[in-house]
Design a protein. Structure first.
Length: 334
């Protein structure tokens, strides 16, 4: 059994009936419903309605995000695995790259990725600029080199001109990464019904959804899923209260999680906690894509992270709450 993290010790205190003062990620009062005055005590914060970015870089990054020239054979773009018309992912258990090659780990949503403290499931990238290297260079994703990408874009007049205007040294790998990262930072999805509720609109949620949020907190889900992104700001062991991988079997290198980055035994099976924003749109779930429905994913989390089972009514209400986390992109509901 892996050593329990601080957040999981908080869970133990929660299920025993209260919080210790040092559980900084926990809500101040379990089960309270948000009001404007109580918002600072809530474990979840609304997504800002706007973000201040360089509009020129965002526009260029948008073009690059949809540009198949970033892949070796011109068949795959960032948008291939991160569909902005749905949940910002590809709806597959594992992504498919050039030549039909299957990836090794579930493609996470790109929406609100700028709010995450690290990138990738194993947190190996410290920021979005570093993250861009991963899919571009991975042989089972875009399978190319930066030299080849730079050559292609330099030979494309629209890109040569756009980069020259924004960047002093024109089309360079670092500038491509920067423009893509700036665009990805623009991919916020504010104004979900739950965010409107947090901002004081008590009519934004119905009674069962409010009860689902109360139970989401009372079961201890907010020990890992809190903040603006309801996740994305900490690492956690998958299988903290029961051995997920022994039960599932067929362990792959991707299952080792952060261990692949650090080589530390304590990081085996440790992953970045995923965001729950727009979670109703991003099935299948978990790093291995093994949970086909939101209900299945919640059951897995409660069993393996909390060591509990959910009564059917509680499960249904928590899932109802999670469905209120779907926001808007570009002013339109997802």
């Amino acid at each position: 059994m892996p050593t329990l993290s601080k957040s999981l010790l908080c869970l133990g205190l929660l299920t025993a009936g209260g919080f210790a003062a040092w559980c900084g990620n926990a809500p101040a009062v379990v089960g309270t419903i948000a009001t404007p005055k109580a918002l600072d005590r809530e474990p979840v914060k609304p997504i800002p309605l706007t973000v201040n970015l360089d509009a020129r870089k965002v526009a260029l990054g948008r073009d690059l995000f949809n540009e198949p020239k970033l892949s070796r054979d011109g068949s795959v773009s960032c948008a291939t695995c991160h569909n902005l018309q749905t949940g910002g992912d590809d709806g597959r258990a594992l992504p498919v790259g050039i030549g039909g090659k299957k990836g090794t780990i579930n493609a996470p949503t790109v929406f609100n990725s700028g709010a995450s403290f690290k990138q990738f499931w194993d947190g190996r990238a410290n920021n979005l600029e570093e993250q861009v290297n991963g899919p571009v260079l991975a042989q089972h994703e875009m399978g190319t080199t930066w030299e080849e990408v730079v050559r292609k874009l330099q030979a494309t007049p629209q890109y040569a001109s756009a980069f020259a205007v924004i960047y002093r040294d024109g089309v360079q790998a670092a500038n491509i990464r920067n423009a893509l990262a700036e665009f990805e930072r623009s991919l916020i999805t504010p104004n979900s019904r739950f965010d409107r509720f947090l901002r004081g609109d008590d009519t934004a949620l119905v009674a069962s959804e409010k009860e689902g949020y109360r139970k989401f907190k009372s079961y201890g889900c907010t020990s890992c899923h809190q903040g603006v992104n309801l996740g994305g700001n900490m690492f956690e062991t998958l299988g903290a209260m029961a051995d997920y991988f022994a039960d599932r079997g067929d362990i792959t290198p991707a299952d080792l999680g952060r261990f692949n980055t650090t080589g530390r035994e304590e990081d085996r099976y440790v992953f970045k906690v995923p965001t729950l924003r727009n979670i109703a749109l991003t099935a299948p779930y978990l790093h291995d894509g093994s949970a086909p429905t939101l209900e299945a994913a919640v059951k897995v989390m409660v069993r393996y992270q909390l060591g509990r089972d959910l009564p059917p009514e509680d499960l249904a209400q928590i899932v109802e709450f999670l469905k209120t986390l779907t926001g808007e992109y570009g002013g339109k509901p997802l």
